[in-house]
Structures are given as C-alpha cells and as structure tokens.
Design a protein around this ligand. Structure first.
Ligand code: GDP
Length: 365
C-alpha cells in the first residue's frame, strides 16, 4: 500500500499528531491489522459520497477505504552524515511514497526548540538540506559510474548522464529534485533513482490551540505558506493537541466539538485527504445491498487492475464492468433508475476508471 511518512525536527508535535492518527485508526474497527507495525497508523479516508451512497442503497454494512501514515522519528541536523539515527531515518524515508513534514508554528516557553527559537523556515531548511545532501551523495556515486559507461557508448548511460548532472547542479545549489523540470521521459529515469527529494511533500503547520480558532493566520503559518507556494507544495494547518483529543471521540461528539471551535473539518481529515491526493490516489465504490464500500486505486488504473484491488481473482477473470458515475447515480436516485436513464455503461478491459465511479465487476472464476 502507498504510505505517507511523517517527519519533522524534535518537539514540533509529530508524536502528538501520530497519536491522533493511531487513536482515530483504533476506532476504525474495520482495520484490525492496524496494530501490526507500531510505526504505521491506519486511518479511514473521510468521504461524504460514501454516506450518500449508504442512504441510497441502505446496505447491511458500509466500509470506507483506508490510508496509511508512517511515523519516521529521528531526524536531526547532520542526518545525512549519519548523525543521530541519521542513516536509519533516511532509509525509512526512502520507503515512503510522500512526505508530510510537521513544522512547529506554536510558541510555548515550556517546550524546548532544538535550535533555541521557533523559526519554521529555518526548520524546514534543516530537514530539506539533509534530504538534499543524501540525494547528492547517491547522484555523485551513480554519476561516476554512468560517465564511464557513457564513454563506452552505453545507450542508457548516455541518456542518464545529463539528467544526473542537472540533478547534481540543483542539489549543489541547495534545491530539491522536485524543483527541477523534467520531461515525462526523463521523469521515468529519475524515478528509478529512488531519490528522497523527488517525493511529493506536504507541509503540516502545527499551531497552538488559540491560533487554530483565530481567523487570521499566525505569522509562522504565513511564512510556511509562502515557502510552500514557491515549491508548489501544499500546507495544512492543524493543532496536533486538539487533534489528539478529538481522535478519541465518536463521530457525533466530534462534530459538536468542531462546531464549538468553529472549524468545518478536522485537521486530521484535511491531512488524510491531502495526502491521498498528493499520492495520486482516487476512490471508486461498490454498492450492493450487503455492503457499500470505497476502494482506493491509482489514477490512471484500468478496470481489471481496479478489480484486482478487491481480489486478484477479479483481475485474472475480468470480463467487463458495469459502471455509473457517482453524480449520475445520485441524480437518478437508484441503480434501476440510472439504468433506465441510460447512465449505466458497460466497460471493458481498456476502461480507465474515474474517481467516484460506482463499479460492478463481471468475472470468470
Ligand atoms: P515530537 O518530538 O515532534 O514528536 O513532538 P511531540 O509530539 O512530543 O510534542 C512536543 C511537545 O509539544 C509536547 O509537550 C506536546 O504536548 C507539545 N505540543 C505538540 N503539539 C502541540 C500543539 O499543537 N500546541 C501546543 N501548545 N503544544 C503542542
């Protein structure tokens, strides 16, 4: 499964946020495997469409789709040189598909800041620099080999050399791999390098209890926003402490709590949604009377692959899919009405499934 890693300097609120995630996940009874790895927290992906489908179909059971966060503790300045848990830390980041970087945007004299003062941009730069240095090292090593091979007219090496050189220049200028413009073809080569700074990044601004209720943003958040905009990255503002309190509440209590705070959606829900879309994930539904359920797929996946998300036999024996777009189903009011209105399509192996499709797979066993 695709996962987003949570990183950040010490004392910025990572554990508090991760606690909120595991508490919220513990309530999600559908995912008993949530406790296997203590560093992985599984949460349900909030989706109002699933509630609507449940209203329409009135199934025995409704099952949301899930998403995994991985807690990656232990970054300190010098990690790329192996300081602290440096190497282990970087190895863990290599395994995740996107990075959520928690940034401290709250003042609190009682909580020490590693560098002595709250300064979100300098914090971000410390972490990003460690990742850049690690990438520079990988690229340097590879480049030495690739240059030799390119001299011997190795075709792949000749394609790779200029790409590596551009990356090296970016890293040496303190820039991430993300900031370099590559063509789609070049990107395929870049992906094979397993770099850290090419992974999509989301900044999580952790603000105080008071600031989360204020309409105006605190100046730390404004700075983070400006920095992220420059990189084309997204920012989510949360108060990790409040999220931790809220995660233990049942849905109804949670809504009341949010209303009291004057917040529409919990920070955790926003974070889940943003991470999900950052990873290029989308949702299709199955809607039978036994079960209405949301399933995660990668944008661009075709019908048989999507069927394979449910069970590998569904992919192997795939014949066709009956498909109706969520909006069409809701507009017509039922599967029968949607059929009568000609909104239910028969789709074959080449159909690229769309976010919100309601699917019924036909397959051979
Ligand atoms: P980590 O080292 O990044 O995992 O940070 P922790 O989650 O352990 O948090 C460090 C300290 O900051 C703890 O005392 C938390 O209670 C506190 N803290 C975390 N989030 C918030 C927050 O949103 N507001 C305030 N005031 N304190 C927080």
């Amino acid at each position: 499964a695709l996962t987003a890693g949570i990183v950040g300097l010490p004392n910025v609120g990572k554990s508090t946020l991760f606690n909120a995630i595991t508490k919220a996940g513990a309530l999600a009874a559908n995912y008993p495997f949530a406790t296997i790895d203590p560093n992985v927290g599984i949460v349900e992906v909030p989706d109002a469409r699933l509630d609507k489908l449940t209203e329409l179909v009135v199934p025995k059971k409704t099952v949301p789709t899930a998403f995994e966060f991985t807690d990656i503790a232990g970054i300190v300045e010098g990690a790329s040189k192996g300081e602290g848990l440096g190497n282990k830390f970087l190895a863990h980041i290599r395994e995740v598909d996107a990075i959520c970087q928690v940034v401290r945007c709250f003042d609190d004299e009682n909580i020490t800041h590693v560098s002595g003062k709250v300064d979100p941009i300098s914090d971000i730069e410390v972490i990003n620099l460690e990742l850049i240095l690690a990438d520079l090292e990988s690229v340097d090593k590879r480049l030495a080999r690739v240059i030799k091979m390119a001299k011997q007219k190795d075709k792949d090496a000749m394609v790779e050399e200029p790409i590596l050189t551009r990356l090296k220049e970016a890293f040496e200028a303190g820039k991430s791999g993300r900031s370099v413009d590559f063509s789609e073809e070049e990107l395929r080569v870049v992906k094979g390098l397993h770099l850290l700074t090419i992974k999509p990044m989301l900044y999580v601004a952790n603000v105080s209890e008071d600031d989360i209720m204020a309409d105006d943003e605190n100046e730390y958040v404004e700075k983070v926003r400006a920095f992220a905009a420059d990189e084309g990255a997204e920012v989510i503002v949360i108060c990790a402490r409040i999220e931790e309190e809220m995660a233990a509440l049942e849905d109804e209590e949670k809504s009341m709590f949010l209303e009291e705070l004057g917040i529409k959606e919990s920070g955790l829900d926003q974070l889940i949604k943003a991470s999900y879309s950052l990873l290029g994930l989308a949702t299709y539904f199955t809607a039978g009377v036994q079960e209405v359920r949301a399933w995660t797929f990668r944008k661009g996946m075709k019908a048989p692959q999507c069927a394979g998300v449910i069970h590998s036999d569904f992919e192997k024996g795939f014949i066709r899919a009956e498909t109706v777009a969520y909006d069409d189903l809701v507009a017509t009011g039922s599967m029968v009405a949607a059929k009568e209105a000609g909104k239910v399509r028969l789709e074959g192996k080449e159909y690229v499934v769309q976010d919100g499709d309601v699917m019924l797979f036909r397959f051979n066993v």
